[in-house]
Design a protein around this ligand. Structure first.
Ligand code: GDP
Length: 314
């Protein structure tokens, strides 16, 4: 860990968090900042739930459920089971008993007037995380999917309740025009030596971040290079609906289509070695094995990317 670089990462949930875990072993965590998607956030059972913030937080604190990549390790579900058994509540959105601690505390502090940025900083500090975990905005910008068969679906209805089955026509970021980049997130973007876009779902995890007014403009004029990592390997997503959504939106699932989606902000692209080589005007490409199954994979990929950036900046 001899690195002096400040790295800021735009990130969603489980896919992105794999790279975050590797980066935290390669870059001193105080030099790492994560701008996290909050388009998946919603209110349920009276609580404010922020799935991607929690996934990144739990991953960096090493308390994440290793089987799912989200939620807490060794958790149980007695509270939600009781809600269904005693009161007939439809508990399709699962929250673990230990995990409830996070949602209860977050909701309490938000109700007391703290911003989501402040609450997240508090929770991260308490979990012993020294990287900065920063919501993309403090406003509520819920992702809504416009589907062919079931009309407009709030994100979690689509993703969890309907298991991504409905066909997506378009995606909206409600109230984005009223949102702003929080000061801490802006500082992390301006002070970075390199900006990464994690291998997260471009349409569901990164697009909401880019929808915050001023974000795209800021990314295209920051001095630091902006480098995206492919979430597509061999024409498919490793997990989740990225490739399915691309097909439904009329795109061929490929790393090239992802890079094209980020056109205008991108200086570099980490392509998977299983994908066809790419050539993009003005964009440097690193071919690498981007599949992260083990902690060693995550560290190796993070190392490769950071060395590439170092060579670039020196
Ligand atoms: P979510 O919010 O929990 O769905 O997670 P993200 O949006 O952060 O990540 C989903 C994306 O991560 C999908 O498009 C996957 O293809 C991608 N992904 C998951 N694991 C890997 C991996 O090991 N390597 C690469 N390159 N992409 C991955």
């Amino acid at each position: 860990m001899a690195l002096e670089l400040n790295i800021t990462v735009l990130i969603g949930g489980v896919g992105g968090a794999k790279l975050a875990r590797g980066l935290a072993e390669v870059v001193p965590p105080p030099r790492l900042s994560f701008i996290v998607n909050t388009g998946d956030d919603f209110w349920r059972y009276g609580l404010k739930i922020c799935p991607d913030l929690d996934t990144v937080m739990y991953t960096l604190a090493d308390i994440v459920n290793p089987e799912t990549g989200w939620g807490l390790a060794a958790d149980s579900s007695a509270a939600l089971d009781s809600m269904a058994r005693l009161y007939g509540v439809d508990n399709w959105f699962r929250l673990g008993d230990k995990d409830l601690a996070t949602h209860l505390l977050r909701t309490q502090r938000l109700r007391e007037g703290e911003s989501l940025s402040q609450v997240t900083a508090h929770l991260s500090r308490q979990l012993g995380i020294s990287a900065r975990i920063l919501p993309m905005t403090d406003a509520e910008v819920p992702t809504i999917l416009n589907t062919i068969n079931e009309g407009k679906l709030p994100f979690q209805d689509y993703f969890v309740r309907r298991r991504c089955a409905p066909i997506v026509q378009s995606i909206m970021h409600k109230n984005a025009e009223r949102a702003a980049i929080p000061e801490r997130a802006r500082a992390a973007l301006l002070n970075a030596d390199a900006l990464l876009i994690a291998p997260s779902n471009p349409w569901l995890s990164i697009a909401p971040i880019l929808s915050v007014p001023g974000m795209r403009a800021l990314l295209s004029r920051v001095r630091a290079p902006v480098i995206a990592v492919t979430p597509i390997i061999g024409g498919e997503a490793v997990k989740g609906p990225t490739a399915k959504i691309m097909r439904e939106l009329g795109l061929r699932p490929s790393a090239a289509a992802v890079a094209e989606y980020y056109q205008g902000i991108l200086d570099g692209f980490v392509n998977d070695s299983r994908n066809p080589p790419m050539e993009l005007p003005g964009v440097q490409v690193l071919q690498s094995d981007t599949l992260m199954r083990t902690l060693e994979d995550k560290i190796r990929l993070a190392q490769e990317i950071v060395h590439w950036i170092e060579g670039w900046l020196s």
